[in-house]
Design a protein around this ligand. Sequence first.
Ligand SMILES: *Cc1c(COP(=O)(O)O)cnc(C)c1O
Length: 436
Amino acid sequence: MKYYSTRKSTAVVDLKTAVTKGLADDNGLFMPERIESFDSAFFKNIANLSFQDIAFEVAKKFFSDDVELHSLKELVYDAINFDCPVVPVNGNIYSLELFHGPTLAFKDVGARFMARLLGYFLEKSEKTVHVLVATSGDTGSAVANGFLGVEGIHVHVLYPKGKVSDIQESQFTTLGQNITAIEIDGNFDDCQRLVKTAFLDAEINKQLTLTSANSINVARFLPQAFYYFNAYARLQGVLKEQNKEMVIAVPSGNFGNLTAGLFAKRMGLPVARFIAANNNNDIVYNYLKTAKYEPRASVQTIANAMDVGDPSNFVRIIDLYNNNFEAISEHIVGYRYSDDEIKSVIKHVFDEFAYLLDPHGACGYEALNQYLNNNQLGVFLETAHPAKFTETVEAVVGKGNVPLPLKLAEFMKGEKLSIPMSKQFDDFKAYLKELN
Ligand SMILES: *Cc1c(COP(=O)(O)O)cnc(C)c1O
């Protein structure tokens, strides 16, 4: 399968190139040139398949031209080593819990898959590939844990000193093996500048193979389609019995998750409607109301993984629908929530239904609560475990009501290992030149 750029001013590339480069030469995002549908036999049998089986069937539709089947199977089953269960919350509203992976957020799915796919492509090469990531917190942990132990790849995580939480820091500084954490005496922008400068440095690139594990990578966003099919498989019985259609609410920031859902629908998944749930960064909400896309600087909210003012994957949605606003707004409805609204939803759902939402999932839950009619059943994506936002959530539901999951506690016990570094590029360059 070939991949084209959303800007369409550069040649198509193969999967290996799309995954290693991340971004197309014309700065567009890669799109697969075909989206194949499943036949009715697949949907007839889907309830009998495990999440891993489903993931493999979906992966085959995209990757079987480029990856030998037995290797694809191995890498899917290895990447998807945790469940994404569907849990009833209230009436016809269900939570698709995407936080059972190593860093307790949905980004584990894409990061683990991408790491293994990259590992597969590099298997035959002698040279180590160096992944450089700048992080303000969560991306670093998903990427570091995703790539942990993958042969032939070394990950270097740059993070701003004193500006990430202890829990976040522990998730990428305690791993060892092929993961090195670098604590930069500066802010997130300094970390990002160092990484970008390294990618442009001729001398470094001659010596080392560098790549990024950016969230716009096709190998990170396409696997997110896996769990939409899983949600349907787990609910098919209820949907049929109650003669209802499925609506899915997606807490959205960069819109990779929602785009993957739209791909699943294009592959035949029966989703009546998607809801894009935003916080105060309501650019897509406004677009769905006015047909005008007006990006602007992001504002800070308590659902901070959705604080995005110009969602990168929006161009993928435009491309998927040939910029047909009517078609887009027929498939996607927008909702928007302020911090106060998010807090009151978390409190209400905890008090009434004993379910603990995180600030992102809360937007998805409430959108369903407002949107659903009696013929519909709603699923919201619970994108992270509430304990990743303990301070915010405890302030709402009371101290002691947000238990720390074992996985996070384990990270906190590990020994913090990181290399202190200035924000001068010369220092980072000297560090890179020691590598091979
Ligand atoms: C990244 C993230 C989001 C936003 O997902 P997009 O694919 O960027 O729209 C939502 N919730 C959490 C917890 C996240 O980490």
